[in-house]
Write a protein that binds this ligand. Structure first.
Ligand code: HEM
Length: 485
């Protein structure tokens, strides 16, 4: 193949890529050097706003294969047949740090999965934790502000982190999870993924079920201790990215087995705690795991910016047979993501290759906007209804309708008999071995002891006491010992 010629952005050959054009030898630069102008101007525009959370991440393509029949619960086409395969893209991430942070830190990990189904893209935007810190989206901006850099000191502050948690007793379960042994995964391959929220499945008969997704790693769970994490994060900020990239390049394709917990919709109202409360898990003895299929990652993206930085996942991208539950956090997220994408990537982000449907195509009357790349067919009408065979609605809702009642207003979630914020944190603590408990207590005390205000420490200690008497006592002693040092 003949050597290709370097060109300007409009394709004209470039004569010199080492010396800019000047007025005579040693003179000032000429505006007519189009190649120089383009290079400098494009360079200035290489960055886009990073994600406001989950800024740092890694992605890979793969496929999902159905291994078990779930057609009794959902009519989703991509789950309709054992053996059916659907292309996927998964982006892993850390949450709190900015793009320049490190991978091996104590933080939840994002597990954002796009299924390119024949009925449109289905995005399941989860984490590696089955629960979350809060249960109402109105608290999310405050929560994230308290965990990211302080606007005055420019760094994460233990005072802010723990002050928010002092006012959020519902976070005790997730804090126990995060400060425990799984808080720093050894790599993205060695952790589970969860949908975390409750979602709705609807079967072909129109029956509704509530489901929770669990992706169990087939590589085994591997985590790092606080010391190992600190050392690795200091030595190699990109440890998880490198691990994922190299495993797939070597053909060691990571995989996860998907299970769901399924609750018939009629059981939700009388369940002993609110089944739409994101700070709680459903015990497996109530709703056992049922296997659905296998997720395999087998292809690295060709370009990290184009395919990972510009990947856009929205919890509101559903397909027929799958829909949201009334979980308030999920409801808030149904708005937040596509709004973030319009800001960060622009209104036509769905036309980028990683975000566009692959097994079907988008047909609608949305038009134009910044960077519109998809030319609509000649004569295609841009309004609906029309008399020109344009795309039409199906009249079929994606998921079964759910009954609602009452008055509008800022309500607390409906009360169930056992809704308290602490019992599952206590149960998690009591499940741990003695060694795990020691590490958990040390991790919590390491952070909490840095807080400057006694009243904030007291409020947090009260949460651990409420979860379990032994848990509270040990955290309190460890915090006191560190503060006396
Ligand atoms: C009301 C609560 C929440 C709000 C308002 C919210 C908002 C956001 C926003 C604005 C982004 C950046 C999106 C982008 O720029 O592409 C994001 C990213 C993300 N969030 Fe949330 N979030 C919430 C809760 C959660 C929860 C509970 C989970 C997991 C169960 C989660 C998982 C993720 C993941 C995985 C990403 C990264 C997606 C990617 O890889 O592009 N978020 N969130």
């Amino acid at each position: 193949m003949p050597q290709r010629v370097l060109t300007t952005e409009s394709g004209a050959p470039v004569a010199d890529n080492q010396n800019s054009a000047t007025a005579g030898v040693g003179g000032p630069i000429l505006l007519q050097d189009q190649h120089l102008l383009e290079k400098l101007a494009r360079f200035n525009r290489e960055r886009i706003p990073e994600r406001v959370v989950h800024a740092r991440g890694s992605g890979a393509y793969g496929y999902f294969e159905v291994t078990d029949d779930v057609t009794g619960f959902t009519s989703a086409d991509f789950l309709s047949e054992v053996g059916k395969k659907t292309e996927t893209f998964l982006r892993f991430s850390t949450v709190a740090d900015s793009l320049g942070g490190a991978d091996a830190v104590r933080d939840p990990r994002g597990f954002a999965l796009k299924f390119y189904t024949e009925e449109g893209n289905y995005d399941l935007v989860g984490n590696n934790t089955p629960v979350f810190f809060i249960k109402d989206p109105i608290k999310f901006p405050d929560f994230i502000h308290s965990q990211k850099r302080d606007p005055f000191t420019g760094k994460q502050e233990a005072d802010n982190v723990w002050d928010f948690w002092a006012h959020a007793p519902e976070a005790t379960h997730q804090i126990t999870w995060l400060m425990g042994d799984r808080g720093i995964p050894a790599s993205y391959r060695h952790m589970n993924g969860y949908g975390s929220h409750t979602y709705q499945w609807t079967n072909a008969q129109g029956e509704a079920f509530f489901v929770k997704y669990h992706f169990k790693t087939n590589q085994g769970i591997r985590s790092l201790s606080a010391e190992q994490g600190a050392e690795l994060a200091g030595q190699d900020a990109n440890s998880h990215q490198t691990d994922l990239l190299q495993a797939i390049e070597r053909g060691v394709n990571p995989s996860w087995t998907l299970y769901v917990q399924v609750m018939p919709a009629a059981e939700a109202a009388d369940y002993r705690f609110n089944p739409f409360d994101l700070t709680k898990v459903w015990p497996h003895k109530d709703y056992p795991l049922q296997r659905v299929g296998r997720l395999v990652l087998d292809r690295n993206p060709d370009n990290v910016f184009a395919e990972v930085e510009q990947a856009a996942f929205s919890p509101n991208n559903f397909v027929p047979g799958i829909g949201p539950s009334p979980d308030k956090m999920l409801q808030g997220r149904l708005f937040a993501y596509a709004d973030a994408h319009r800001y960060r990537l622009g209104v036509n982000h769905t036309q980028l290759a990683v975000n566009a449907p692959k097994a079907t195509q988008a047909n609608n009357y949305g038009r134009d906007g910044l960077m519109a790349a998809n030319a609509q067919g000649r004569g295609a009408k841009n309004y609906e209804p029309n008399s020109y065979d344009g795309p039409v609605e199906t009249g079929q809702p994606l998921a079964a309708p759910l009954a609602v009642s009452g008055y509008t207003g800022t309500h607390e979630a409906p009360a169930h008999t056992k809704d308290d914020d602490f019992f599952q944190a206590g149960e998690l603590y009591r499940l741990m071995s003695e060694e795990e408990k020691k590490r958990l207590v040390a991790n919590i005390a390491g952070g909490l002891s840095q807080v400057t205000r006694e009243d904030v420490i007291e409020k947090n200690l009260a949460h651990f006491h409420a979860a379990d008497a032994d848990y509270g006592k040990r955290v309190e002693e460890a915090v006191r010992a560190l503060r006396e040092d």
